[in-house]
Design a protein around this ligand. Structure first.
Ligand SMILES: [Zn+2]
Length: 619
């Protein structure tokens, strides 16, 4: 009889979390792989490329070549960290650009560049793909593909195990709080001590931090609709101008952590929130080139309409702010503010390189609502492409293409709406969603049955996928070992429809390949473990399963969540395609190399964007 059949019996017979692996071998406790087909085999079976036979939906795949490349990446990671190697010290080019622009289109999945290319003109994304250097195989190498971790990875070059940003919200066992990733009550926003923001929870320096340490006259600008995108790409330097849209005051704002830009009032006057009053978001693409408008599985536009044109309403009306931020007008709003700041800060005008990061959050807000297969997303990216084209023209004229480097990427991808692929897919797919409240109640009930239930005590303290924190007070008072409760929790998770696998964090940390797991999957989990911020159990849903009620979402290790664009333009970088698999964590060491900045202890590697001249071989 195994533990699951006997409940929490065998009190005191198990080793604590982190104990000997041998105990787990003899205890006949499966490591919680709930799938009949092991995940790795399941993913290998799904070698259908980027698109399935139905609905343009994205299927996860790990091709053999990608598996090989992942192995190479792991080798590189070990090499980089183990030897404190500083590959990034090598110069990519003798000429240091005057400005670096890093643009993150929130929730822009890697296949969108190919899928929507025919809707775009020649001046935006297509120009970068033609005139710049791009990687069609850029994948995050972790499970927690959410906005906070994604933006922290892009410019620290590290995963949550090093940079500490394990999710959007997380429990910190040292601070003993449930923290939003940029929360900091010590640094109020607009004098409101209830809302504070800073990069205090970020545990690594960003590229901008290192640059300003080396070149104090270099400037840092970071703009986004979401505070988390602006703050986590900027980093810890207080000299940065870091602005985001504040939904309460309805202006671009900052917190007391940062130096207040002298032009902050001017930018809000120059680019007023009310400028879009009464505007409509009209469809601009031909019906024949787009997805069908208004599928019933999609959400409604703020204000309630569900077909083009979408009405923004007026300031003062309840839906106006959300409607503006979900429409392409907010991309214009953001870029107009960025251009204003570039001008006022004289970006790219002296020999000290500046770093500008831009978080285009609109694509995520609309993406959650309408899903990646919607007409709205296709239309939104057509607008984004046009605005990007104008921005490139602006930089070419003001700074000069060879004097700046632009990077385009994203913080994560997105899964198709589960109901969309089950309803409209040509092939049957196991897809669904798990509600957070139901999950919590089920886990409590089942743990209560197996391990006992006390009034006013819960077994689970906190769930933030991929991590679950157990309530140590309850565990302590129960007399059971923490490892036993973690095992039991894994067993309970394995019985829930839609859960692919779960395992005790301590076992994952030991680096053991668990039954049914690939070493690539193990590596992804390990990249998300931070000792202060990861619970006792980690888990992931099955492919095409979501947790929560947003129509579309992200937050798994499947390709539709990990695959993002990666493009470089300008700075003398030659046109071409980057060979092999890349990682958004590579952006930071690559840019550091271009800026001649020494980098240590990062997961990312320097990408070869500029080929060195061939040397004569010695005979
Ligand atoms: Zn995001």
């Amino acid at each position: 009889m195994n533990l699951f059949e006997q409940g929490c019996g065998g009190r005191g017979t198990r080793t604590p979390t982190g104990g000997s692996p041998a105990v787990f071998k003899t205890a006949a406790i499966p490591l919680c792989d709930s799938s009949d087909i092991a995940l790795d085999r399941l993913l290998r079976k799904a070698k259908l490329g980027h698109f399935s036979h139905f609905c343009n939906t994205y299927l996860p795949h790990f091709s053999d070549s990608i598996m090989l490349l992942r192995s190479l990446c792991i080798f590189m990671l070990v090499f980089l960290i183990g030897t404190n190697c500083v590959l990034a010290q090598k110069k990519q080019s003798s000429k240091v650009p005057k400005a670096i622009f890093v643009l993150s289109f929130d929730q822009m999945r890697g296949d969108f560049t190919e899928r929507f290319s025919h809707n775009w003109g020649s001046k935006g994304f297509n120009r970068i793909m033609k005139e710049g250097s791009s990687s069609p195989l850029c994948y995050f190498n972790h499970i927690s593909n959410m906005t906070c971790p994604g933006h922290a990875i892009i410019l620290t070059g590290s995963y949550p195990s090093l940079n500490g940003i394990v999710s959007n919200d997380f429990f910190d066992t040292k601070l003993w709080c449930t923290c939003y990733c940029t929360e900091d009550k010590k640094h109020p926003v607009n004098g409101n001590s209830n809302i504070g923001r800073s990069p205090d929870l970020l545990k690594q320096s960003t590229l901008g931090d290192l640059l300003q340490k080396q070149q104090p006259k270099s400037k840092g600008l970071s703009f986004a609709i979401k505070d988390r995108a602006a703050i986590l790409m900027a980093g810890k330097s207080k000299a940065n101008a870091v602005l985001w849209f504040d939904w309460k005051s309805r202006v671009f704002t900052t917190s007391s952590y940062y130096t207040q830009p002298t032009w902050i009032d001017d930018v809000n006057k120059s680019v007023p929130y009310s400028a879009y009053a009464g505007k409509k978001w009209n469809a601009i693409l031909a019906d024949s080139e787009t997805a069908v408008d208004s599928m019933d599985v999609e959400g409604n536009f703020p204000g309630g309409d569900f077909m083009f044109p979408h009405d923004l309403g007026f300031p003062g009306q309840e839906q106006y702010t959300e409607a503006l931020m979900t429409s392409p007008y907010s991309i214009s709003y953001l870029f107009d503010a960025v251009k204003f700041a570039i001008n006022r800060e004289s970006i790219g005008k002296d020999e000290f390189p500046d770093i500008i990061s831009i978080g285009i959050s609109t694509t995520d807000l609309a993406g959650h609502l309408f899903g990646p297969d919607s007409r709205e997303i296709q239309e939104l990216y057509a607008h984004a492409d046009s605005i990007l084209g104008t921005f490139i023209d602006h930089l070419d004229a003001k700074i000069g293409r060879n004097n700046y480097v632009m990077v385009i990427t994203s913080d994560h991808g997105v899964a198709p709406i589960p109901e969309y692929i089950t309803k409209f897919g040509k092939l049957p797919v196991d897809a669904g969603r798990i509600q957070e409240k139901t999950l919590m109640e089920t886990l409590e009930k089942e743990l209560g049955k197996r391990c006992g239930q006390k009034e006013n005590m819960t077994w689970i303290k906190y769930i933030e996928p991929p991590s679950i924190f157990l309530n140590d007070t309850t565990v302590l008072s129960s007399g059971f070992e923490m490892s036993m409760i973690a095992d039991t929790l894994c067993a309970v998770l394995s019985t829930i429809d839609g859960i692919a696998q779960a395992a005790p964090t301590a076992i994952i940390q030991q680096g053991r390949i668990l039954p049914g797991w690939s070493k690539e999957l193990l590596e992804m989990y390990r990249n998300d473990i931070h000792p202060d911020r990861t619970g006792e159990v980690m888990f992931m849903v099955k492919p095409y399963w979501l947790i929560g009620s947003k129509p579309a979402s992200h937050g798994t290790g499947y390709d539709y969540d990990t695959h993002v664009p990666l493009m470089f333009l300008g700075g003398g970088i030659p046109a071409g395609q980057i060979q092999g698999k890349t990682d958004p964590a590579d952006i930071m060491p690559t840019l550091a190399s271009i800026l001649n900045i020494k980098v240590q202890h990062r997961h990312g590697k320097r990408l070869e964007l500029i080929k060195a001249p061939l040397k004569n071989k010695k005979k």
